[in-house]
Design a protein around this ligand. Structure first.
Ligand code: VG1
Ligand code: CO
Length: 544
């Protein structure tokens, strides 16, 4: 099999966003489009030549075609060994697990996460480094720079290989091993949590749950772990069959997109526990009977209770949260006497802190939670963590969280998303806020006094790398915050995210409805940013 060098020319806009390069499938299907980006990976990551690589994706439309292209190109670029999930399937946390376990030089994840899939929907590609985590900005910047000057890519002239049969085959000089996508990951979970205790909980007859795989990648993982290994009743995993279009839905585990599951937890005979994950298996939503746990609270609760699980029995070293995530985790860190870091949005910013052993747990308000067991957020891990706590504490989800609030106070939290808005209007809104920043401290907005206002910038405490323009942050003397950011994962127009938080120490006020309790802050946020006039929207599209 001969290596072919194919002439090509650059495409505009191959700059990875918050989590990899995400575009419409039709964009990726253009001749040379995917190839150019993949070649930029090989050209900027010299360790891959002669090294090993993990490849897999969330199974969305175009996954199989993309994997065949990548395998041929990896072989032509001298990769010695490639591990591929059977059927081209690997969840994002499973890729991270495999890179670390088999010490490969990196991995390629094919996913657009929670974005819909199908011929007219989204596709994505992301490179994870040898630590198992998303490539840092310096690396994605280098890849983007390479895509701007690319003139050729390397491939092999060969037929597609069979992705569905386990075993090793040859592609030129390269070994391609098709592996079971689930077992290594499931073994890791078993090493972290008390599977006996969870097994007993499931068999107690007094506990009901469902896990919603949303027709996405976690189906096979959840069936193996929850039903086969932990003995949950067959059917505990709903929407378990992974589909190329996720059954036509948004595989996004939140109150707006996982309504079928939410409904099952409501009412007098609601389930005791409900959980869901996203397209690529790295997000999680946690529900109790008539109870929604915000991801920010979930991080804080896991941190406060980690010592009750086998994997974290020695306690945690530190916590990190993305900037828009609520400060609930800070209160737990203060109590535990450990560091708490505030990083920009995106998992890549946790990698150095995890590698340096400064933090054990980390999380984002966007339904992402994880730990030093991997370098990605991990949906099923969070679900198992909660199940372990429920089994040990013998309390309901609601009881655990309300007790946490009584102990630490409650950080009321909501995020309002305005999706698919006009890009110029959204950028104008952010510019308008930037101009206001200098004059805001000391002023009153509604019943709140501004204590600081900035355009969030971050210097990584480990390698000193610096990232600017990570969101507009307005902090009030009461501890409340309003944050504005534009999404870096969308593929159409712009998405404005408004994150709101306020602290309530008084347990008598903890049971209020979130949107009602936060209404005064919501109004301040709308007016300050002139949302109605600048992006012509009178209400958010998604509230989480
Ligand atoms: C969103 C979330 C962010 C998350 C990212 C990737 O990014 O806000 O917290 O890390 O998605 O998650 P943005 O730029 O759209 O706000 V996933 O599960 O889409 O890989
Ligand atoms: Co995801």
């Amino acid at each position: 099999m001969e290596t072919q060098s194919i002439a090509t020319t650059p495409f505009d806009g191959q700059r990875p966003g918050t989590s990899g390069l995400r575009k419409k499938v039709k964009v990726f299907q253009q001749p040379h489009y995917l190839e150019n980006f993949v070649q930029a990976i090989f050209d900027t990551q010299p360790d891959l030549a002669g090294g090993a690589l993990v490849v897999g994706g969330d199974g969305r439309y175009f996954n199989r075609e993309a994997i065949q292209i990548i395998l041929r190109m990896a072989a032509a670029n001298g990769v010695r060994k490639i591990l591929v999930g059977r059927g081209g399937i690997l969840s994002t946390p499973a890729v991270s697990c495999l890179i670390r376990k088999y010490q490969t030089q990196g991995g390629i994840v094919l996913s657009a996460s929670h974005n819909p899939g199908g011929p007219d929907e989204d596709f994505g590609i992301k490179f994870n480094a040898a630590n198992g985590g998303p490539a840092p900005e310096s690396v994605t910047d280098a890849m983007h720079a390479r895509t701007c000057s690319i003139e050729r890519y390397l491939t092999l002239a060969t037929a597609p290989i069979d992705l569905d049969r386990l075993g090793t085959l040859q592609l030129g000089e390269t070994d391609v091993e098709i592996i079971d996508p689930v077992s290594d990951y499931a073994d890791l979970m078993e090493s972290l949590f008390d599977f006996n205790a969870i097994h007993q909980l499931f068999n107690s007859g007094a506990f009901s749950m469902r896990f919603d795989a949303m027709h996405a990648v976690t189906g096979p993982y959840a069936v193996e772990i929850l039903e086969n290994r932990l003995g949950a009743a067959p059917g505990t995993v709903m929407n378990a069959i992974a589909r190329e279009d996720f059954g036509g839905g948004h595989p996004d585990p939140n109150l707006a997109h996982a309504q079928e599951l939410v409904a099952l937890t409501q009412g007098g005979d609601g389930l005791d526990f409900g959980a869901a994950s996203d397209g690529d298996g790295d997000r999680n939503m946690i529900l109790g009977k008539n109870f929604f746990v915000t991801p920010s609270d979930s991080l804080a609760v896991l941190a406060a209770n980690a010592h009750q699980t086998p994997g974290y029995s020695a306690g945690i070293r530190g916590i990190a949260r993305s900037m828009p995530t609520s400060q609930a985790a800070n209160r737990v860190a203060d109590f535990l006497g450990v560091e708490c870091f505030e990083t920009p949005t995106g998992w890549k910013f946790f990698g150095n802190l995890l590698d340096a052993g400064r933090i054990t747990l980390c999380g984002e308000e966007s339904f992402g939670t994880g730990s030093d067991h991997l370098r990605e957020k991990d949906g099923l891990w969070a679900v198992l963590f909660w199940l372990n706590l429920l089994a040990v504490r013998q309390q309901s989800v609601a009881a655990i969280v309300t007790e946490h609030w009584r102990r630490f106070g409650r950080n009321f939290y909501t995020r309002h998303d305005y999706e698919g808005v006009d890009l110029a209007g959204a950028e104008g809104l952010m510019d308008h806020l930037r101009i206001l920043l200098a004059d805001l401290p000391g002023t009153r907005l509604g019943d709140q006094s501004v204590s600081y206002a900035d355009d969030f910038a971050y210097t990584d405490p480990i390698d000193g790398s610096h990232s600017e323009h990570q969101g507009i942050r307005i902090g009030f003397e009461s501890g409340a915050r309003i944050i504005y950011r534009l999404s870096g994962t969308g593929t159409e127009g712009a998405t404005l995210r408004v994150y709101l938080e306020y602290f309530e120490p008084d347990p008598a006020c903890h049971q209020q409805d979130t949107q009602e309790a936060m209404q005064p802050l919501i109004l301040i946020a709308r007016e300050l940013a002139q949302i109605e006039t600048r992006i012509v929207r009178d209400a958010p599209d998604v509230i989480t």
